[in-house]
Design a protein around this ligand. Sequence first.
Ligand code: MRU
Length: 361
Amino acid sequence: MELLEKLKIKPIEWIEDDSEGPKLRWLDTRLLPWEEVYRETRDYRRVAVAIKSMEIRGAPAIGVAAAYGLALAAVYSNSKSSEELWNKLQEAREVLATTRPTAYNLFWALNRVMNKAREQLERGSDVDDIIRTVVDEAKKIHIEDVKTNIELGRIGAKLIDDGDTILTHCNAGALATAAYGTAEGIMRAAIEEGKRIKVIATETRPLLQGARLTVWELKKEGIEVKLITDNMVGYVMYKGLVDKVIVGADRITADGYVANKIGTYMIAVLAYRHKVPFYVAAPTSTFDMSIEGDNIPIEERDPDEVRTILGKLLITVKDVDVYNPAFDITPPELVTAIITEKGIITPPYREAIARIVKGKR
Ligand code: MRU
């Protein structure tokens, strides 16, 4: 856990040294950049609320939080038998799995923890052993995410040249992961290597993850960042102000379709038009090898997110009909490369994804 202690931004923390028992603490990203408020709970249902309401957001962070949700469900289940504990874990899994449909890391993390619990159950382990296994697996997912991002950053930094201006969308940074970030992790690693880079962050309507979170975390570390509105991307590319695009991903299919924050597809089309490399940074836990094409479930959120600015200011007629998909899908032909912790994946994607995600370099 030493690595976790050193982190500058700790979006999620599992706290054990508390007389009332372990608890989960997280940074409420809805309130950034105005307030830095940490929330705590011992109730997995509260973790589900935090994911659904986007106090915790970003695919890898959602996965880590959900795994700790199961850990809380196990620790506080008061089960008398292993079977009772298993049933309660299944209930908790169901609640956590129905929070946000697009981010694959959520299902990946829940399955990973549940598979470990099932192994123990089938082995005839007692309640305490199963609880220990579930908590340990959640902690492993957490620490692995940090290491994965650092490795992904190191690998991705090879693609960055000294002097590059990188455009990013939404927030694929420390605040979207256990730490360090995926797209922002590459920027951090490039800077650690001594490269000078500049970042252009899109504001990312409707919830402004770019304006609120990407800008907050990059400025906190002294990384040069310029904010633009989403509809300025075409003009800044036309003016030749962007050398590379790097975005994160919520789910990538076996043949390279990428679900990411709404607006990503528009940026990919523009990047193609202007011959700007379009990179996707994602851990292998974001790949859903069970689907192909654009068959990714896309979350639709509350229309008021579009009608208002963060629920505070109504910017239209209050009952206007609204469409609010939280993500879009970028087809593989618009993606220059996908950067993972196991290597850089380039077209043709189906074969390369199978090779890398299954672990062979
Ligand atoms: O709705 P959000 O804020 O959870 O969307 C987040 C994104 O789209 C990120 O780009 C993605 O999860 C990758 S985070 C490393």
